[in-house]
Write a protein that binds this ligand. Structure first.
Ligand SMILES: Cc1ncc(COP(=O)(O)O)c(C=O)c1O
Length: 436
């Protein structure tokens, strides 16, 4: 090429949650039965979308042509008006319909949020991190994503001293990101922790981003504080979407909510540029926006969500009990979302653990794969061995979630009780085998 055509941030793009699938497919071809625990898609995992939700979608698709047409760039008025009303009621902080912007899934919104930020302005995010945030923010800043610690020894709560110190010593940090309920840890941040984010942002004139895509899947809804309830006077972006809670990830529907635009001209201009970027794409998918008020406003929706939360609570309790019985693992019980961050203990890591593959062909594949994974990515090496041995496909925390603690993420989504119990047993039994 006459000119180097590779984006300077390209090296920061990674999404191991799907990357691991290539190895899983090759293993499956050798006869290993894969148990997919890598992706947070409740529908793909077999959760039923209730009939009444399907009926709402069917009626809209079959009656009239609106769902086949473009929608306004910001999103349909009726969807934004519904959300503005509902969110204002929930938080006590007025959200105007014009300050909501729809996207093709929250992944699209996250991409635009970092892509249209001045390249020298950085957003400090959590470690472990949801990879779309860390990858895109890193690519935007042309270097590794800057992180603060979620403390495994303090129930995965953000280390506030770490945040303060990083913000104080790095003047390029313009924003703070938090995810609550969090992926992958399942932590839900109490009011006092959120208040400290707000205080730091106010002191250092930062903006806040809260990814709350799992808000309605916090197990104790009373105990969940939406950040918008506290951000009096601090420029804030709240991220929400339909993928996880309806659940309907295939709808590709998420949105941004902008708060306190008036307090900072630069924040106001920045959010306008995100909207202008969306305008160059015309708009986001229309169908989910038409049905959003009908689904989220239906009396049956509350019950539907509470049933789903109850299932995840049961799964989390069982998983923590079984996995914590092994000296190899340490698990903090999640308080929301549908993931489990299983960390590997020092003792286990020091044991130079090695697992055999389920058959000779799988062993050949595994051996070839392990030559490409450095020794220090112990958790990734473990995940590949676990998959080759048991078929259980989980995502390493270090390379998949930019985590300072080694481990893996699995889900709480399995609809079949027995299959879930069997999967847990397979994981625990795999680490009780003699070292090969
Ligand atoms: C924390 C978090 N934010 C955003 C997303 C992206 O969701 P969407 O399907 O709306 O793109 C996910 C998906 O797993 C997620 O876990």
């Amino acid at each position: 090429m006459r000119v180097d055509i590779v984006h300077p941030g390209a090296g920061e793009l990674a999404y191991e949650i799907r990357g691991i699938v290539d190895f899983a497919d090759r293993l499956a071809a050798t006869g290993v039965d894969i148990i997919w625990e890598n992706i947070g898609d409740p529908v793909a995992k077999g959760e039923e979308v209730p009939g009444w939700i399907r009926d709402i979608v069917k009626n809209v698709v079959n009656n009239g042509s609106r769902s086949y047409a473009y929608s306004p760039t910001k999103g349909l008025n009726e969807a934004r008006e519904f959300l503005a009303r509902q969110r204002t009621e929930e938080t006590g902080n007025t959200l105007k319909p014009e300050n909501i912007l729809f996207f093709n899934g929250l992944g699209d919104a996250i991409n635009k949020t970092y892509t249209w930020l001045n390249p020298v302005a950085r957003v400090l995010g959590p470690s472990p991190a949801y990879p779309t945030h860390s990858s895109i923010e890193g690519a935007h800043g042309r270097s590794m994503h800057l992180t603060y610690k979620l403390d495994i020894n303090n129930k995965w709560m953000p280390d506030i001293d770490d945040i303060r110190s990083k913000v104080k010593h790095n003047p390029t940090i313009a924003g703070l990101l938090l995810i609550s309920p969090d992926n992958p840890t399942g932590a839900v941040y109490p009011r006092e922790i959120l208040q400290q984010f707000v205080d730091i942002a106010r002191q250092y004139e930062l903006f806040l981003i809260a990814d709350e895509i799992y808000a309605n899947l916090a197990y104790d809804q009373e105990g969940f504080t939406p950040l918008a309830a506290l951000t009096d006077g601090v420029p804030t972006i709240i991220m929400r979407g339909l993928s996880k809670e309806v659940p309907w990830p295939g709808s590709r529907c998420g949105w941004l909510e902008f708060y306190n635009l008036h307090v900072d001209e630069s924040f106001d201009r920045y959010t306008k540029s995100i909207e202008e970027a969306k305008m160059t794409e015309v708009c986001s998918t229309t169908l989910p926006q038409i049905v959003l008020p009908k689904i989220l406003g239906d009396l049956r929706y509350t019950k539907h969500l509470s049933n789903r939360r109850q299932k995840y609570v049961r799964r989390a309790e069982e998983a923590c009990k079984v996995l914590n019985s092994s000296p190899a693992f340490k698990v903090i019980k999640p308080k929301g979302a549908f993931y489990l961050a299983v960390t590997l203990t020092d003792k286990f890591i020091k044991s130079k653990f090695k697992l055999k593959a389920a058959n000779a062909k799988a062993q050949k594949l595994l051996d070839a794969e392990l030559t490409k994974i450095p020794e220090h990515d112990f958790d990734k090496r473990f995940c590949y061995q676990l998959m080759a041995n048991t078929g259980v496909c989980v995502v390493p925390l270090s390379t998949g979630f930019n985590s300072y603690v080694p481990g893996f993420r699995m889900t709480l989504l399995e609809p079949d009780d027995k299959k879930f119990t069997d999967t847990l047993s397979k994981i625990v039994e795999s680490v009780s085998q003699p070292i090969c």
